[in-house]
Design a protein around this ligand. Structure first.
Ligand code: 16G
Length: 251
Protein backbone atom coordinates (compact mmCIF):
# COMPACT_ATOMS: atom_id res chain seq x y z
CA UNK A 1 0.00 0.00 0.00
CA UNK A 2 1.41 3.43 -0.86
CA UNK A 3 2.14 6.03 1.80
CA UNK A 4 -0.48 8.60 2.75
CA UNK A 5 0.10 12.09 4.00
CA UNK A 6 -0.80 10.86 7.49
CA UNK A 7 2.05 8.29 7.27
CA UNK A 8 4.42 11.12 6.38
CA UNK A 9 3.25 13.15 9.40
CA UNK A 10 3.48 10.10 11.67
CA UNK A 11 7.16 9.65 10.73
CA UNK A 12 7.95 13.29 11.51
CA UNK A 13 9.04 12.96 15.14
CA UNK A 14 11.35 10.03 14.35
CA UNK A 15 12.68 11.33 11.04
CA UNK A 16 16.10 13.00 10.78
CA UNK A 17 17.73 15.51 13.06
CA UNK A 18 17.08 19.11 13.96
CA UNK A 19 14.22 20.82 15.77
CA UNK A 20 10.76 19.24 15.44
CA UNK A 21 9.33 22.09 13.37
CA UNK A 22 12.16 21.65 10.86
CA UNK A 23 11.41 17.94 10.60
CA UNK A 24 7.73 18.65 10.00
CA UNK A 25 8.66 21.29 7.45
CA UNK A 26 10.70 18.67 5.56
CA UNK A 27 7.81 16.18 5.82
CA UNK A 28 5.35 18.63 4.30
CA UNK A 29 7.82 19.57 1.57
CA UNK A 30 8.24 15.87 0.79
CA UNK A 31 4.46 15.39 0.64
CA UNK A 32 4.24 18.23 -1.89
CA UNK A 33 7.24 17.05 -3.91
CA UNK A 34 5.97 13.48 -4.16
CA UNK A 35 2.45 14.58 -5.08
CA UNK A 36 0.73 13.33 -1.91
CA UNK A 37 -0.79 16.79 -1.83
CA UNK A 38 -1.02 18.81 -5.01
CA UNK A 39 -0.95 22.50 -5.89
CA UNK A 40 -4.27 24.04 -4.83
CA UNK A 41 -5.06 21.27 -2.29
CA UNK A 42 -5.91 22.18 1.30
CA UNK A 43 -3.39 21.17 3.94
CA UNK A 44 -4.96 19.14 6.79
CA UNK A 45 -5.84 21.34 9.77
CA UNK A 46 -3.22 22.34 12.32
CA UNK A 47 -5.06 20.26 14.91
CA UNK A 48 -5.12 17.11 12.71
CA UNK A 49 -1.44 17.40 11.82
CA UNK A 50 -0.51 17.92 15.49
CA UNK A 51 -2.55 14.86 16.52
CA UNK A 52 -1.19 12.61 13.75
CA UNK A 53 2.44 13.66 14.19
CA UNK A 54 2.08 13.71 17.99
CA UNK A 55 3.58 17.15 18.28
CA UNK A 56 2.24 20.46 19.60
CA UNK A 57 0.12 22.83 17.55
CA UNK A 58 2.71 25.56 18.17
CA UNK A 59 5.29 23.40 16.37
CA UNK A 60 2.90 22.82 13.46
CA UNK A 61 2.22 26.56 13.22
CA UNK A 62 5.93 27.33 13.13
CA UNK A 63 6.59 24.81 10.32
CA UNK A 64 3.62 26.16 8.34
CA UNK A 65 4.82 29.76 8.79
CA UNK A 66 8.20 28.83 7.31
CA UNK A 67 6.59 27.07 4.35
CA UNK A 68 4.35 30.10 3.72
CA UNK A 69 7.41 32.35 3.76
CA UNK A 70 9.08 29.97 1.27
CA UNK A 71 6.05 30.22 -1.03
CA UNK A 72 5.34 26.47 -0.80
CA UNK A 73 2.08 27.01 1.11
CA UNK A 74 -0.33 29.92 1.03
CA UNK A 75 -2.85 31.01 3.64
CA UNK A 76 -6.22 32.39 2.65
CA UNK A 77 -8.12 34.37 5.24
CA UNK A 78 -10.98 32.36 6.64
CA UNK A 79 -10.46 29.30 4.47
CA UNK A 80 -7.20 27.74 5.61
CA UNK A 81 -3.81 26.73 4.28
CA UNK A 82 -3.21 25.39 0.77
CA UNK A 83 -0.37 24.11 -1.37
CA UNK A 84 0.59 27.12 -3.52
CA UNK A 85 -0.78 26.76 -7.04
CA UNK A 86 1.87 26.62 -9.75
CA UNK A 87 1.41 28.72 -12.86
CA UNK A 88 2.58 28.21 -16.39
CA UNK A 89 5.36 30.74 -17.02
CA UNK A 90 4.67 33.30 -19.71
CA UNK A 91 7.37 34.70 -22.03
CA UNK A 92 6.77 38.33 -22.84
CA UNK A 93 8.67 40.18 -25.55
CA UNK A 94 9.98 43.62 -24.68
CA UNK A 95 10.05 44.79 -28.29
CA UNK A 96 6.39 45.16 -29.29
CA UNK A 97 3.67 47.33 -27.86
CA UNK A 98 0.82 44.92 -27.24
CA UNK A 99 -2.07 44.80 -24.78
CA UNK A 100 -2.63 42.18 -22.12
CA UNK A 101 -5.71 40.95 -24.00
CA UNK A 102 -3.71 40.47 -27.22
CA UNK A 103 -0.82 38.78 -25.39
CA UNK A 104 -3.08 36.21 -23.76
CA UNK A 105 -5.20 35.63 -26.88
CA UNK A 106 -2.02 34.89 -28.88
CA UNK A 107 -1.16 32.18 -26.37
CA UNK A 108 -4.66 30.73 -26.48
CA UNK A 109 -5.21 31.56 -22.82
CA UNK A 110 -8.62 32.49 -21.45
CA UNK A 111 -8.56 35.96 -20.00
CA UNK A 112 -10.70 37.58 -17.36
CA UNK A 113 -10.27 40.70 -15.27
CA UNK A 114 -11.47 41.61 -11.83
CA UNK A 115 -12.14 45.34 -11.56
CA UNK A 116 -10.54 46.87 -8.49
CA UNK A 117 -11.40 50.46 -9.37
CA UNK A 118 -12.54 52.62 -12.26
CA UNK A 119 -13.73 56.20 -12.38
CA UNK A 120 -12.88 59.86 -12.89
CA UNK A 121 -10.89 61.51 -10.11
CA UNK A 122 -9.13 64.75 -9.24
CA UNK A 123 -5.57 64.05 -10.40
CA UNK A 124 -2.53 63.82 -8.15
CA UNK A 125 0.35 66.19 -8.92
CA UNK A 126 2.25 63.32 -10.48
CA UNK A 127 -0.65 62.49 -12.83
CA UNK A 128 -1.08 66.17 -13.80
CA UNK A 129 2.58 66.44 -14.73
CA UNK A 130 3.00 63.09 -16.48
CA UNK A 131 -0.26 63.26 -18.45
CA UNK A 132 0.05 67.01 -19.09
CA UNK A 133 -3.48 67.67 -17.77
CA UNK A 134 -5.09 71.07 -18.23
CA UNK A 135 -6.39 73.11 -15.28
CA UNK A 136 -9.43 71.41 -13.76
CA UNK A 137 -9.11 68.32 -16.01
CA UNK A 138 -9.97 65.00 -14.36
CA UNK A 139 -8.00 61.80 -14.57
CA UNK A 140 -9.49 58.42 -15.51
CA UNK A 141 -8.16 55.66 -13.28
CA UNK A 142 -8.64 51.98 -13.95
CA UNK A 143 -7.30 49.20 -11.76
CA UNK A 144 -7.66 45.54 -12.62
CA UNK A 145 -6.50 42.15 -11.51
CA UNK A 146 -5.63 40.34 -14.75
CA UNK A 147 -6.34 36.63 -14.74
CA UNK A 148 -5.30 34.07 -17.37
CA UNK A 149 -6.55 30.48 -17.37
CA UNK A 150 -7.92 31.13 -13.88
CA UNK A 151 -4.53 32.28 -12.47
CA UNK A 152 -4.11 35.89 -11.35
CA UNK A 153 -0.97 37.12 -13.14
CA UNK A 154 -0.83 40.88 -12.70
CA UNK A 155 -2.37 43.93 -11.06
CA UNK A 156 -2.55 46.90 -13.43
CA UNK A 157 -3.34 50.43 -12.31
CA UNK A 158 -3.60 52.88 -15.22
CA UNK A 159 -4.14 56.65 -15.36
CA UNK A 160 -5.29 58.48 -18.50
CA UNK A 161 -6.51 61.99 -19.17
CA UNK A 162 -10.32 62.22 -18.94
CA UNK A 163 -10.26 63.78 -22.42
CA UNK A 164 -8.80 60.50 -23.73
CA UNK A 165 -11.03 58.18 -21.68
CA UNK A 166 -14.12 60.16 -20.64
CA UNK A 167 -16.10 57.08 -19.61
CA UNK A 168 -13.97 54.39 -17.88
CA UNK A 169 -17.15 52.32 -17.40
CA UNK A 170 -17.37 51.86 -21.16
CA UNK A 171 -14.30 49.55 -21.25
CA UNK A 172 -15.44 45.98 -21.79
CA UNK A 173 -12.33 43.81 -21.71
CA UNK A 174 -9.56 45.76 -23.34
CA UNK A 175 -8.40 49.30 -22.63
CA UNK A 176 -6.38 49.37 -25.86
CA UNK A 177 -9.43 48.24 -27.89
CA UNK A 178 -11.37 51.17 -26.39
CA UNK A 179 -8.53 53.60 -27.14
CA UNK A 180 -8.34 52.24 -30.70
CA UNK A 181 -12.02 53.17 -31.27
CA UNK A 182 -11.24 56.84 -30.67
CA UNK A 183 -7.85 56.91 -32.42
CA UNK A 184 -6.01 57.11 -29.09
CA UNK A 185 -4.16 53.83 -29.10
CA UNK A 186 -0.52 54.36 -28.14
CA UNK A 187 2.17 53.68 -30.74
CA UNK A 188 5.25 53.87 -28.52
CA UNK A 189 5.97 53.25 -24.85
CA UNK A 190 8.75 53.39 -22.32
CA UNK A 191 8.80 50.63 -19.73
CA UNK A 192 10.70 50.54 -16.49
CA UNK A 193 10.97 47.21 -14.67
CA UNK A 194 12.12 46.72 -11.10
CA UNK A 195 12.08 43.86 -8.59
CA UNK A 196 9.85 44.25 -5.54
CA UNK A 197 8.57 42.02 -2.76
CA UNK A 198 4.79 41.90 -2.53
CA UNK A 199 2.93 43.52 0.33
CA UNK A 200 0.12 41.60 2.02
CA UNK A 201 -2.74 43.12 0.00
CA UNK A 202 -1.23 42.63 -3.46
CA UNK A 203 0.01 39.14 -2.47
CA UNK A 204 -3.52 38.15 -1.53
CA UNK A 205 -4.88 39.40 -4.86
CA UNK A 206 -2.19 37.48 -6.76
CA UNK A 207 -2.67 34.36 -4.63
CA UNK A 208 0.96 34.15 -3.50
CA UNK A 209 2.75 34.49 -0.17
CA UNK A 210 3.31 37.99 1.25
CA UNK A 211 6.87 39.02 0.44
CA UNK A 212 6.97 36.90 -2.75
CA UNK A 213 9.16 38.22 -5.56
CA UNK A 214 7.41 40.27 -8.22
CA UNK A 215 8.13 42.77 -10.98
CA UNK A 216 6.93 46.34 -10.80
CA UNK A 217 6.45 47.71 -14.30
CA UNK A 218 5.76 51.32 -15.15
CA UNK A 219 4.63 51.95 -18.70
CA UNK A 220 4.35 55.44 -20.18
CA UNK A 221 2.66 55.26 -23.58
CA UNK A 222 2.66 57.87 -26.33
CA UNK A 223 0.40 58.91 -29.21
CA UNK A 224 1.99 59.58 -32.64
CA UNK A 225 1.89 63.28 -31.72
CA UNK A 226 4.24 62.63 -28.79
CA UNK A 227 1.54 63.23 -26.17
CA UNK A 228 1.48 60.79 -23.27
CA UNK A 229 -1.76 58.82 -23.36
CA UNK A 230 -1.35 56.31 -20.54
CA UNK A 231 0.68 55.92 -17.39
CA UNK A 232 0.41 52.44 -15.86
CA UNK A 233 1.89 50.97 -12.72
CA UNK A 234 1.65 47.20 -12.74
CA UNK A 235 2.72 44.38 -10.49
CA UNK A 236 3.50 41.12 -12.28
CA UNK A 237 4.03 37.80 -10.52
CA UNK A 238 7.72 36.93 -10.43
CA UNK A 239 6.98 33.20 -10.69
CA UNK A 240 4.89 33.66 -13.84
CA UNK A 241 6.80 36.02 -16.12
CA UNK A 242 9.97 36.00 -18.19
CA UNK A 243 10.55 39.28 -20.02
CA UNK A 244 12.64 38.73 -23.12
CA UNK A 245 14.53 41.40 -25.08
CA UNK A 246 16.51 40.95 -28.29
CA UNK A 247 19.89 42.69 -28.27
CA UNK A 248 22.02 43.55 -31.31
CA UNK A 249 25.61 44.67 -31.68
CA UNK A 250 25.72 48.39 -32.41
CA UNK A 251 27.12 49.17 -35.87
C1 16G B 1 -0.49 45.79 -20.91
C2 16G B 1 0.22 47.05 -20.39
C3 16G B 1 -0.69 48.08 -19.80
C4 16G B 1 -1.91 48.29 -20.66
C5 16G B 1 -2.60 46.98 -20.92
C6 16G B 1 -3.81 47.14 -21.80
C7 16G B 1 2.35 46.11 -19.48
C8 16G B 1 3.29 46.10 -18.39
N1 16G B 1 1.24 46.81 -19.38
O1 16G B 1 -0.75 44.90 -19.91
O2 16G B 1 0.04 49.28 -19.69
O3 16G B 1 -2.79 49.17 -20.01
O4 16G B 1 -1.71 46.10 -21.58
O5 16G B 1 -4.43 45.86 -21.87
O6 16G B 1 2.63 45.50 -20.47
P1 16G B 1 -5.91 45.64 -22.32
O7 16G B 1 -6.08 46.29 -23.66
O8 16G B 1 -6.09 44.17 -22.35
O9 16G B 1 -6.81 46.31 -21.32
Amino acid sequence: MSATIEDIFRQTAGGGGGPLYMRLRRSIEEAVRTGLINPGDALPSERDIAATAEISRVTVRKAVQHLVADGILIQRHGSGTFVAPTVQRVEQSLSSLTSFTEDMARRGMTLSSQWLDRGLYDPSNEETVILGLGAGEKVARIARLRIANGNPLAIERASLAASVLPDPDAIENSLYAKLDETGNRPVRAIQRIAAVNLGRHDAELLDVAPGAASLRIERTSYLPSGRIVEFTRSIYRGDAYDFVAELRLQA
